[in-house]
Design a protein around this ligand. Structure first.
Ligand SMILES: Cc1cc2nc3c(=O)[nH]c(=O)nc-3n(C[C@H](O)[C@H](O)[C@H](O)COP(=O)(O)OP(=O)(O)OC[C@H]3O[C@@H](n4cnc5c(N)ncnc54)[C@H](O)[C@@H]3O)c2cc1C
Length: 399
């Protein structure tokens, strides 16, 4: 096997999964992560379709099932809190069969636990420069060290530093969908028990949910913004943008917004996608959101990250470590799958955030009538068909 030493930037879902598969194929991965430890908790994500096969092959499906959010149901609420319509949690989340919802941090910890004894992790550090000299990649770290690796893989998310260093500025590849998302922990003042509430008004949607084993709750805001100019590191500025966007709104919104100042995990970002012609250049490749972020609106980012990690490690191993053949095989096998799932994002978000008063009125009317309709679960399954189809739009090889 050639090119056995591989540096992975980012210990998120894609990075830890890739470390696992590379190790299993006989490579020696090192993972550098900017955060001081694996990030716990966070928002809930789905694992579905081909990604279920990946976690099953990793032997962690039972643990993932044990850690699932177990959200029982979801309701759409009016400004006065009245529940207009409710349905089962899986139906609402577009899950069927073995599809599983889990907190992102719980999945990350499961994948990390699987690899921590066999993989070198460098926390609290990141790459500041990369030089691919044809025989290897010389990497300088923020903490001052310099090392050479055979290959480097960027698994460092939407705002990937590896992508910026090897492929050029983010503005070339990241496309905003015209919305922002914010999510953070709040006290569970409504005493929700594994339940999700959604409030919709023109251009603004807000959710509050509680999950199994989480004594608190999460507030999530999805709103139409066009392009917003702000400092990505300035939390106060982001909180003001959020508060201004929801000023004067009803339901529990003022109380949820009150919680953001103390939230330990305030998250705010644009809903964006990453589009690139190539996911590798010389000895550097990208996976997960860094390569092809589909945006939270697709509901498929985690599954794409898991599948990408499996295929990249498998193709490199099948090519005996030859990076040109391995990276090429990875891209050929996964590009169609990634594009199918990216295509879901722009359409989904239009149903998640309604633009006009008349759209909101019509949707609320439909939902209030829904409880009288026979076969509403079947109707939802039909709506979710494109998601299920995209989630299966790849046949995994056995490597
Ligand atoms: C609010 C929200 C809801 C979502 N809902 C869903 C859903 O329902 N279903 C779904 O499938 N997906 C969902 N997603 C998307 C999903 O979280 C991502 O697509 C998925 O986590 C991608 O994994 P990743 O490993 O590529 O990136 P990430 O999970 O973002 O991990 C990147 C890692 O790299 C680290 N890092 C960043 N920069 C550096 C650096 N310079 N050096 C070193 N390390 C660095 C980060 O700390 C992090 O650990 C959602 C996302 C959000 C924000």
């Amino acid at each position: 096997m050639r090119n056995t030493s591989v540096l992975i930037s980012g210990a998120g879902i894609a990075g830890t999964a890739l470390a696992y598969w590379l190790r299993r194929h006989g490579f020696t991965p090192t993972v550098v992560e900017r955060a001081p430890a694996i990030r716990q908790g966070g928002y809930k994500i789905d694992i579905r379709g081909a990604a279920l096969d990946v976690v099953t092959r990793m032997g962690v499906m039972d643990e993932i099932r044990r850690e699932r959010t177990n959200v029982q149901g979801a309701s759409i609420v009016k400004a006065n809190g009245e529940r207009l319509a409710s349905m089962g949690g899986d139906t609402f989340g577009g899950r069927e069969g073995e599809d599983t919802e889990i907190l992102r941090g719980d999945l990350n910890r499961i994948l990390y636990d699987l690899t921590e004894n066999e993989v070198e992790y460098l926390f609290d550090d990141s790459i500041v420069s990369l030089t691919d000299d044809g025989d290897g990649v010389r990497v300088t770290f923020e903490n001052g060290g310099t090392r050479t690796f055979d290959l480097v893989v960027g698994a460092d998310g939407l705002h990937s530093a590896t992508r910026a260093l090897a492929f050029g500025p983010e503005s070339r590849y990241v496309r905003g969908l015209g919305y922002h998302v914010s999510i953070f922990s709040v006290p569970n003042h409504l005493e929700l028990d594994r339940w999700e509430l959604t409030y919709v008004s023109p251009g603004r949607t807000a959710l509050m949910y509680s999950t199994a084993k989480d004594t608190g709750a999460k507030a999530m805001f999805l709103f139409a913004t066009g392009t917003l100019d702000y400092d990505h590191r300035d939390r106060e500025q982001q909180q003001k943008l959020l508060a201004d966007a929801y000023a004067g709104e009803g339901w529990e919104i003022p109380r949820l917004l009150d919680g953001m100042a103390d939230a330990p995990d305030f998250y705010f970002d644009s809903l964006s996608q990453v589009h690139m012609d190539r996911w590798s250049k010389g000895r550097v490749a990208l996976i997960g959101d860094a390569a092809h972020c589909a945006s939270p609106a697709s509901g498929q980012g985690t599954s794409l990250a898991l599948v990408g990690a499996y295929v990249l490690a498998g193709e490199l191993a099948a090519a005996g470590g030859d990076h040109e053949a391995g990276f090429g095989g990875y891209e050929q096998a996964t590009r169609h799958f990634a594009e199918q799932n990216q295509n879901l994002g722009p359409g989904n978000i239009k149903h998640m955030v309604l633009r006009s008063r008349s759209q909101v009125w019509f949707q609320m009317k439909m939902l209030s009538l829904m409880k009288y309709l026979p076969g509403k679960e079947r109707m939802m399954a039909k709506v979710m068909e494109p998601l299920q189809k995209a989630a299966r739009a790849i046949t995994l090889k056995d490597y």
